[in-house]
Structures are given as structure tokens and as C-alpha cells.
Design a protein around this ligand. Structure first.
Ligand code: IPE
Ligand code: IPE
Ligand code: MG
Length: 245
């Protein structure tokens, strides 16, 4: 299916099948309460649980969440290691329930530089949720849109150099097949919590025609009602894809 056909189908349904979320504002949520940032991240995980549980009932089939960016390594080592530990904790404690709810876990981003314990916990969680058919939950970990595009470009150069792909065969669809998101359609809707109006390097290629929805609510306070609001706003958007209405 080409991009245009895919777009028209999504536009016709008024339903967001694939929702991407920038889960931002954990630190400010904690600061407001005089708590350490780590408590904000913990509360952020609770918000993720709520949203994952509620999303399928609202017609969402795929949820892609920004959990750790390629730029987040710039944070103090203590915060980075707290985030990595929380990831392992989340995966260990949630996997049975996710599997029972029909959630299949996937990842995007370069996992090779994550701590060994995180990589192993991810491998187990991916295997144990492989049968899920209700919701595809993709965690963006050590993910950056620019890094992803550069990795895809390198793969492409290698294919061309090896004579496996001719330059004439390179088009948007072919290039997209080399991205981490090759198995996902472009997001219909991208939600950002905490009021910032920027992509912060999330899904740069994939968001070309994605509808954006920003809320001032900090991610730890985000609930199913916010997702519902965003989906309602989405349903009334006119997605033209550069065409006339
Ligand atoms: C989002 O919350 C979580 C991650 C980036 C890992 P922040 O930690 O960015 O919280 P704020 O934006 O500083 O409030
Ligand atoms: C984006 O939030 C990354 C994640 C939510 C994981 P940041 O807090 O890192 O983004 P900036 O620094 O506000 O752009
Ligand atoms: Mg932030």
C-alpha cells in the first residue's frame, strides 16, 4: 500500500489506529511536589499502565511511546541509571499482565548500548508477549529520529555497495522499510504531555502527516480521559495530505 492510499483509509475512518506519545513532564511533576525526579518517573510508569489498559477500548491498535531519547544520556548518571532500573522493574512486574491483556511489546531505537540487564529484560518481555493481538506497545528506547535515519542510510549504502539494491530502486517506501518502524504504519496521532510544542527528535520521518495534540498536563497526571480527548479532537481533523478537501 502506498502512503497516499494508506492516508486516505485512515482519514476515512476518523479513528486513530496508531497513537504515538511523548511522555514528558515527569521531572516537573515531581518538582511541584518537592519530590525527587525519580518519583516522577515512577508516577509516569503508572500513567503508562493506565493508558495501555485503556487504549484498546478506544479503538487504538498500536501505541508507540517515547521512553528514552538519544539525547537523554546527557542527564546526570544517577537519573539515567534510575530510568534504566525502572525499565527493568516495569518489564519484570508487568509482563505477565501485559501478556494476559493481549499486549505485544516491541522496541525501536538502538538497544545495543543499553545496560546488559535492560537488554535481557527486554528480550524476555518481547518473547513472553509475542502472542499479544490486542495492542502493539512499542517502546522507543535510546531512540532518536535522526539517528534512526542515519542508521537506515548506512544500511542502504551497504546494500547498494554489495550490489543488492540499485539506486533506481530507492524510493520513500523502500527507505521506510529500513527504519526501525518498518513494521508499523505512520502514527495517525501524536500526543505530547507537559505543554512543550516540539518533537524532540521523535519519529521525524514517520510524523510527516501525523496529527499533533498537546496537553499541558504532566505525563504522571495523564489518564484515559486525556487519551479520549485527544482521540475526539483527532476525529474532527481534516487530513488532506497536501490534496484539496
Ligand atoms: C519525561 O519526563 C521522561 C523522560 C524524558 C525519560 P522528563 O524527565 O523529561 O520531565 P521534565 O520534562 O523534566 O519535567
Ligand atoms: C522527550 O522529552 C523524550 C522523552 C519523553 C523520552 P525531553 O524532556 O527529553 O525533551 P526536551 O528536552 O524537553 O526537548
Ligand atoms: Mg522533559
Amino acid at each position: 500500500m502506498d502512503g497516499v492510499t494508506q492516508g486516505k483509509e485512515a482519514a476515512g475512518s476518523g479513528r486513530a489506529r496508531h497513537v504515538a506519545i511523548i511522555m514528558d513532564g515527569n521531572g516537573r511533576w515531581a518538582a511541584q511536589r518537592g519530590l525527587p525526579r525519580e518519583d516522577g518517573h515512577r508516577a509516569g510508569i503508572e500513567a503508562l499502565r493506565r493508558v495501555v489498559r485503556g487504549a484498546p477500548n478506544l479503538g487504538v491498535e498500536m501505541l508507540t511511546v517515547y521512553a528514552f531519547s538519544t539525547e537523554n544520556w546527557r542527564r546526570p548518571a544517577s537519573e539515567v541509571s534510575a530510568l534504566m532500573s525502572l525499565l527493568v522493574e516495569f518489564l519484570e512486574s508487568e509482563t505477565p499482565e501485559l501478556a494476559a491483556e493481549g499486549v505485544r511489546l516491541a522496541t525501536i531505537g538502538d538497544l545495543s548500548v543499553l545496560p546488559q540487564a535492560s537488554q535481557e529484560a527486554l528480550r524476555r518481555a518481547l518473547t513472553n508477549t509475542a502472542g499479544g493481538e490486542r495492542l502493539l506497545l512499542t517502546l522507543a528506547l535510546n531512540y532518536g529520529g535522526r539517528a534512526e535515519i542515519v542508521r537506515a542510510a548506512k544500511k542502504l549504502v551497504r546494500f547498494v555497495q554489495a550490489g543488492r539494491v540499485s539506486l533506481g530502486a530507492v524510493d520513500e517506501q523502500m527507505f521506510a522499510s529500513l527504519l526501525d518502524t518498518h513494521a508499523l504504519p505512520d502514527p495517525d496521532l501524536l500526543i505530547r504531555a507537559s505543554g512543550e510544542e516540539r518533537l524532540s527528535n521523535f519519529l521525524l520521518w514517520q510524523s510527516a502527516y501525523t496529527e499533533l495534540w498537546v496537553t499541558d498536563t504532566f505525563w504522571p497526571d495523564f489518564g484515559v480521559e486525556h487519551l479520549q480527548q485527544a482521540l475526539l479532537a483527532f476525529a474532527s481533523r481534516d487530513r488532506r495530505y497536501g490534496s484539496h478537501s
